[in-house]
Design a binder for this molecule. Sequence first.
Ligand code: ATP
Ligand code: MG
Length: 421
Amino acid sequence: MTIQSVRGMRDLLPEEIARWHHIENTLIEVTQSFGFREIRLPLMEFTSLFARGVGESTDIVEKEMYTLSDRDGDSLSLRPEGTASCIRAAIQHGLLHNQVQQFWYHGPMFRYERPQKGRYRQFEQFGAETFGLESFTAEAELIQLSAAVFDALGVRDDLRLEINTLGKPADRAAYRLALVAYLQPFASQLDEDSRRRLDTNPLRILDSKNEQTRAILENAPDFTDYLDAEAIQHFAGLKNLLDILKIKYVVNPRLVRGLDYYTHTVFEWITDSLGAQGTVCAGGRYDGLVEQLGGKPTPGAGYAMGVDRIVLLHEALNGETRSEAIDVYCAVMDVAQFGHAFEWCAQLRKQIPGLSITLYKSAGKIQKQLKRADKSGARVALLFGEEEVSKNVATLKWLREDKAQQTLDFAALCKCLGETS
Ligand code: ATP
Ligand code: MG
């Protein structure tokens, strides 16, 4: 019996990696250009961090976490998301006092879900968080940043931005009562999760994907009627700034993040190109969260992008990308030439940063070596035989262009490869 990978945990093979590198590099570059700095966080935390930081009555904590007890009997969980760890670290290292902080992180997250296209048990998130700003300018910039990322990746036109406000905790408490009062008579017609949430987390019902539940919600009380002046002003400020920035959005009053600590803005970037797994970025303001995790009250806002889904979208819109081919394929005719070839390769790598050279590590006849070189996808083959070594030169053959073979000394070779790379 061969051992397979765990369901929902994928291998990403070299042919697919070019797209991942491109997307990750773009994410990092654009995010850094907004002055956000990277924070690296552990893959495991105490389970209690997520229970408090994500919420006891959320899908994630109720049924999606990979939890184990370690040898000391501590309950640890693989991280299902990054915000809780980010805040834990910021509190632990005293990074939140009287200052604005802007962090980004990326890496694998783990949730025990039903695997399908765009939904995996190990997936990658790229997150950005802003702490210490009460103003809507924080959300505006996060949205501008996410838009800039999607622009740079050429996928923005396929995405729509949905925004909503959840107001302040008091507004939400009042709305929660009204929503429960409205839904109670329909309790038996709600889907199972929603029925359970009627007690634990009724706002999250607004997010239900069940059709019958959605139909019942059509006539539910409108959240806007429960917002106080400050919440309305905050949301108006954000919308106005987005208008000035010409960032299009749709206000979706059904958009909730369902967690108690969310305040004011929530937003999502959604595509119709990926079926049910259409949300590629979700975020919002969570002014209560730092305090909930034991820190001094500190406003915060942030988002998490689903990199796997962005990769799928990029693929759907842009088709194949070229895999990351090597530039130079180097081969020798006889074992006696290896010392020479190893040294030339090492020097070339030093002289021309970014050039990728693969040295074929068995000697062989020229025709065979050229066949292998061609198959490798390299642009040029570099060949060393007895004669090359004795004259201290290399034979360069162009594999993709109709150019004559050249015999070059090291300096001439550097010049030639430096110009083409
Ligand atoms: P969904 O409703 O799709 O389950 P969510 O509300 O659980 O999403 P968040 O916790 O807000 O998702 O995570 C932010 C983003 O991370 C999502 O919008 C999505 O792009 C991505 N994401 C979440 N769970 C997964 C998963 N299991 N596989 C791949 N990507 C995911
Ligand atoms: Mg989920």
